[in-house]
Design a protein around this ligand. Structure first.
Ligand code: CTP
Length: 450
């Protein structure tokens, strides 16, 4: 019996998929189809798959062409499958020509001519109108964001707003955008959704104005500096049926989501302690060190540790304290955030003037999870137990600057996929704003000279 195998996402199942499966089946007697999981698609940078794994499997079943359907969830699986199932022919579309030559040592490799004029990408684009995206602000984070947009389908970065027209022009030229402007009204007229990458203390006003103009908003963190502002803007978004997301990139990254799932699964027992650290040494005439721009390590970095803590221990903390070192301008250069919950404690360490190990430790009654630095770009973590032979290592991918993950969810939510909203809920985002506000208001804070 001649066995054939082929793999794909098979999203929004179409005629091109059908023809490929039909021809693959004709090459042998038994056809195995490998369907990628959502996590594996994310891992390989395919962030736009719409149908769930179950729906995609069901569509393949309906063709009656597959004798067996398996799932593909990791790199290197193909070689194992070929050996395990005794495969004679590996088949894939001609868009992959040359990419699977290495499999020739195990079986025949056949590239079938791709069906012209159809693809999942085309259907996605037809079903969903392209979301016209604009950026407010053109500083460092905006320059990291712009190149990430091309990894997300269904959106296009159209233009930039900056009150300084020179900065806007420079940015638009650098990224070949359609327009640049210093006129906010004109900016909103040309876009459907906005990414806010301006200084922290301007976010609130821009978010409100954007929502009032009916635009969806993805805001850089910290989204706002006061909890009541966060509550207000989420309320407006809800009333108007718009998407508002806080762009703490870690929250949307596949490795972090896997980490949360494992930490919550009980594998380390009950979580009793968390320690999360993020430091970044900076110097010079930059926003991070300016009081008038709300600089400081908490406003700059605390969103990350607070995200991890709030995601795992919740928003219902009982006690909150800060120990902080400030410079002559009152900028905090190193701050320890102490949180107490009913049955756990947590510490967040952030620094612009003190360097420390950027790790995350989640300690439980039966073991702990060590997430290697930089934990906020979650790629590698280990569950460690008293008996070392039970330790387990996990690897994931954090592609590029990682801003593509939040943008992908943002676009997907605009297109009606509300399911994605669990990654950072308004309640969690408001709690993070509340903690930052408490610090800025010097509540329960011991201040020392740097
Ligand atoms: N395929 C094909 N003809 C098409 C589209 C896809 O033969 N018009 C083949 C691919 O070459 C692959 C399989 O179908 O072998 C599954 O491809 P997949 O990536 O799931 O489909 P695409 O439509 O190419 O998806 P996307 O647009 O998301 O890349």
């Amino acid at each position: 019996m001649k066995k054939v195998i082929t793999y794909g996402s098979f999203d929004l199942f179409h005629y091109g998929h059908y023809r490929l499966l039909k021809r693959a089946k004709e090459l042998g007697d038994y056809l195995i189809v490998g369907v990628t999981t959502e996590q594996y698609d994310e891992y390989r940078g395919k962030l736009n798959v719409i149908d769930s794994l179950m729906e995609r499997i069901e569509n393949i079943k309906q063709t009656g062409l597959a004798d067996e359907i398996i799932i593909e969830d990791h790199e290197g699986q193909k070689v194992k499958d070929i050996q395990k199932y005794g495969i004679d022919i590996f088949v894939v579309g001609s868009d992959w020509k040359g990419k699977f030559e290495f499999l020739k040592q195990y079986c025949d490799v056949v590239y079938l001519e791709r069906t012209k004029g159809i693809s999942s990408t085309m259907i996605r684009q037809k079903n969903y109108k392209i979301v016209k995206l604009g950026i407010i602000g053109s500083g460092r984070i905006a320059t990291r964001f712009a190149p990430e947009v091309k990894y997300v389908s269904g959106t296009n970065l159209e233009g930039v707003y900056n009150p300084s027209i020179h900065s806007a022009r420079r940015f638009a030229q650098q990224f070949e955008l359609k327009f640049f402007t210093d006129d906010l009204e004109a900016f909103f007229e040309k876009i459907d959704a906005v990414y806010i990458a301006s200084p922290h203390n301007t976010h609130y006003e821009y978010i409100r104005k954007a929502l009032e103009q009916g635009k969806h908003v993805l805001s850089e963190k910290p989204m706002v500096l006061h909890a009541h502002e966060a509550e207000e803007v989420y309320h407006i978004a809800k009333e108007k049926g718009l998407i508002l997301l806080e762009g703490i990139k870690t929250a949307y990254a596949p490795g972090f989501l896997q980490l949360l799932a494992i930490a919550k699964s009980g594998r380390i027992g009950m979580i009793r302690d968390m320690e999360a650290c993020f430091t970044k040494l900076v110097a010079g005439d930059i926003r991070e060190l300016k009081p008038e721009e709300n600089g400081g390590s908490v406003t700059e970095l605390a969103s990350y540790p607070l995200l991890a803590i709030v995601k795992l221990l919740g928003t219902n903390y009982k006690d909150l304290r800060f120990d902080t070192f400030v410079d002559e301008n009152g900028i905090d250069l190193y701050t320890k955030i102490h949180m107490k919950y009913e049955k756990s404690v947590a510490t967040g360490k952030v620094g612009l003037g003190v360097k420390s190990e950027g790790q995350l430790l989640i300690s439980g009654t039966q073991g702990y999870i060590h997430v290697e630095a930089p934990w906020w770009k979650t790629q590698h973590f280990e569950i460690r137990h008293e008996e070392q032979d039970k330790n387990e290592k996990f690897f994931s991918k954090f592609a590029g600057d990682g801003l593509r993950y939040e943008l992908s969810d943002f676009i997907s939510m605009i297109n009606g996929n509300e399911r994605k909203g669990f990654k950072l809920t308004p309640k969690e985002s408001v709690a993070i704003a509340e903690i930052i506000e408490a610090f800025l208001g010097k509540e329960n804070t011991v201040t020392m000279k740097y």
